[in-house]
Design a protein around this ligand. Sequence first.
Ligand SMILES: O=c1ccn([C@@H]2O[C@H](COP(=O)(O)OP(=O)(O)O)[C@@H](O)[C@H]2O)c(=O)[nH]1
Ligand SMILES: O=C(O)[C@@H](COP(=O)(O)O)O[C@H]1O[C@H](CO)[C@@H](O)[C@H](O)[C@H]1O
Length: 294
Amino acid sequence: MNADPGGTRTGDDVAREGTTAGPAPARRPGGMPVAKTPRPPTASDGRNRQRVAVVVPAKDEQERIAATVRSARAIPHVDLVLVVDDGSDDDTQHVARDAGAVVVRHSHNRGKAAAMETGAAVVAMRDADGRAPRLLLFIDGDLGDTAVNTAPLVRPVREGVADVAIALLPKQKGAGGRGIVVGAARRSIHRLTGWSPTQPLSGMRCLTREAFDAATPLARGWGVETGMTIDLLRAGYVAVEVPCDLRHRPSSNDLAGQLHRAGQYRDVMAAVGARQVRRVADKVGRIGRSGIRR
Ligand SMILES: O=c1ccn([C@@H]2O[C@H](COP(=O)(O)OP(=O)(O)O)[C@@H](O)[C@H]2O)c(=O)[nH]1
Ligand SMILES: O=C(O)[C@@H](COP(=O)(O)O)O[C@H]1O[C@H](CO)[C@@H](O)[C@H](O)[C@H]1O
């Protein structure tokens, strides 16, 4: 297993690099990694015209979604902001539409991962024939005016340095976490891939369509980020963590915050458990196949 726990500078914005559980990623002469996703053909004038779709899974975000959508529309190369209203009880869908988003809605709440899958499917329907599929930039609905600060996630993916770029958030005022879920997710990712991400639960991530497809079906609910990182690295995709100056609504230490963390822990462990079982099954399958050949 290749363990390259990062530290490599891959550009001004890129802080830490995750590599694969298999062979080390290809590198350019300067030492920068090269994404596994093939580069899309450049336009006849040689310019990179690859577009980006922002996908926002949103449940009861009417207070912040308008600011988030307006801010996301200002990210360079973004030509589609899609809000997936995940069965909100409030007016999220109308507020988002009025702010300029394309909105689709789940008739009932299906969880963040399902909203992400719906969003990616709708973007695919709107990708133009004969043009490179849009990059997918997933962001949470509660970023408000800071959503535009996810822009640095686009560059490493658009330039072919990484297949997925994950936001590193600054410390959030009022956050009540003790690092329990974060630590469990980080250790699990490390065990299964050799990489130890700084913020394994960070939901703000830009990735290629190919990488997204390789990571589906997504792990359910709050396990989605942990499962996605494991699946991508094990399939040979390159991940980087990029500092982004974002503010979101952090969970505090109250009962709601602790219940949220309990749900996160449950979903992260379910995602990891499924991947551990898969790894064992793959190993057994490989041993079985080599036995038959002999
Ligand atoms: O069932 C759900 C729960 C949450 N979300 C959205 O997923 C994102 C992340 O949720 P939240 O901010 O509550 O979680 P955190 O990132 O603080 O753990 C937000 O845009 C939510 O509106 C969703 O689409 N469906
Ligand atoms: O709910 C929280 O406070 C933590 C999870 O709880 P722990 O800090 O692991 O006890 O998760 C949040 O904070 C992380 C950053 O530390 C973010 O990456 C997560 O998206 C956010 O849910």
